[in-house]
Design a protein around this ligand. Structure first.
Ligand code: MLT
Length: 386
């Protein structure tokens, strides 16, 4: 029986996909698998049973990926599962920033008791007028599941859309509208566009991507949307750009102590993926990934170990080895099996950066072979599925 623990509230539509081999446990230390949404795991010590963590969402900056890899813990995310929810809020954010809907609504609240409210509104509404998005140039930085949906929706709304993603997947390239103009560098987006939206993960390379230098390249009165992660934007530089009129509005779905009170900013409380549909989709995908990994050893949508598919186990046992991606590992594994006179029926080996994973289907298993494999230098975890 596998034990799972939820660090955050996870939709029941998802958790009901756990098979009869799984049960919920109260203590995260006892868990084989952890489901998480936004809880920060960087300072967590993992129990010796933990084999997998699945994030019900796309971003994984709340999880120590490298440490997990070293401790033999496979981390999964759910790419695309909440993309529609985020896309819809990005479009709403773009409209809120173009028309002063928020300012207008706040103003009506201040005069709502006035008997002449209708007259006052007609007199004062011009203070809250805005611009339309049709015909405006939208720059989409990052064409993953969310970026592609945003770009395509914006084309449908009559915008001139520019997209930038040097790492776009073949699958996403197929989904992208032919009307989206592909540009090679972020700088082209910064210089050309009236509205810019960022859809990239938070990495060393993307941290503070919106900063004084890049803001300087932008058009006066640009609108910037951040539905990805707060640290993609340097808040001090953004505040200065808003004060100078360079930026007309900053919309962030990740308010922090600075941006939550920044003038000219629409701060949304991380609602992008907070829809029933997105929460269900993410939870279903995350649970299916955990079940497939723990029951069959196959890895789908991991962010620290390679995608690996050995199909359904048909032999007496399947040995799953998480290890360093260094020379001579396979020779040592096969040598160990041969020394124990165990026949290998099937072997799949994949690597990703410093991390590698090998699935070996065998006709019998002994306690000795597991110990022999664990002793090999570079092996991080050995698991036998019977
Ligand atoms: C994501 O990374 O996909 C979102 O932050 C998910 C969420 O809202 O929890």
């Amino acid at each position: 029986m596998f034990k799972y623990n939820c660090l955050n509230k996870i939709s029941k539509t998802g958790t009901q996909n756990f098979t009869e081999n799984f049960e919920l446990c109260e203590n995260v230390e006892d868990a084989d698998a952890i489901l998480v949404r936004s809880a920060t795991m960087h300072d967590m010590k993992f129990g010796k049973n933990v084999k997998a963590i699945a994030r019900a969402g796309a971003g994984v900056n709340n999880i120590p990926l490298d440490r997990c890899a070293e401790e033999g813990i496979v981390v999964f995310n759910t790419p695309g599962a909440n993309a529609n929810g985020v896309k819809e809020l990005v479009i709403a954010g773009m409209l809120l920033a173009s028309r002063d809907v928020v300012g207008g609504i706040d103003w009506v609240k201040t005069i709502k008791e006035e008997p002449e409210v209708a007259k006052l509104i007609e007199k004062g509404k011009s203070n809250y007028a805005g611009t339309e998005i049709q015909g405006k140039k939208l720059g989409v930085i990052g064409l993953g599941a969310i970026g592609v949906l945003v770009a395509n929706a914006a084309v449908g709304l009559g915008m001139e859309v520019y997209g930038c993603d040097p790492f776009i997947s073949v699958e996403n390239a197929w989904k992208l509208s032919r009307s989206v103009k592909a540009v090679k560098t972020r700088e082209e987006i910064f210089k050309k566009c009236d509205i810019i939206t960022v859809h990239v993960p938070l990495l060393d390379d993307t941290k503070y991507m919106i900063n004084a230098d890049t803001l300087k390249m932008m058009k006066n009165g640009v609108i910037i949307l951040n539905f990805a992660r707060d640290l993609l934007v340097n808040d001090d530089d953004m505040a200065a750009a808003i004060a100078s009129g360079k930026v007309r509005k900053y919309v962030t779905d990740f308010p922090n102590p600075k941006s939550a009170q920044m003038a000219g900013t629409i701060a949304i409380p991380h609602l992008g993926a907070s829809t029933e549909e997105s929460e269900d989709n993410c939870a279903v995908m995350a649970v299916k990934e955990l079940v497939e990994y723990l029951e069959n050893g196959n890895i789908i949508n991991s962010v620290n170990y390679p995608a690996t598919d050995a199909g359904v186990k048909k032999t007496a046992a399947r040995v799953c080895i998480l290890h360093k991606n260094i020379p001579n590992m396979l020779a040592q594994f096969t040598g160990a099996f041969s020394a124990s006179e165990i026949n290998i029926e099937n072997l799949v080996n994949k690597s990703r950066g410093d991390n590698a994973y090998t699935i070996i289907d065998i006709d019998k298993v002994t306690a000795k072979i597991t110990k022999d494999l664990q002793k090999i230098e570079g092996v991080r975890a050995v698991r036998v599925i019977q």
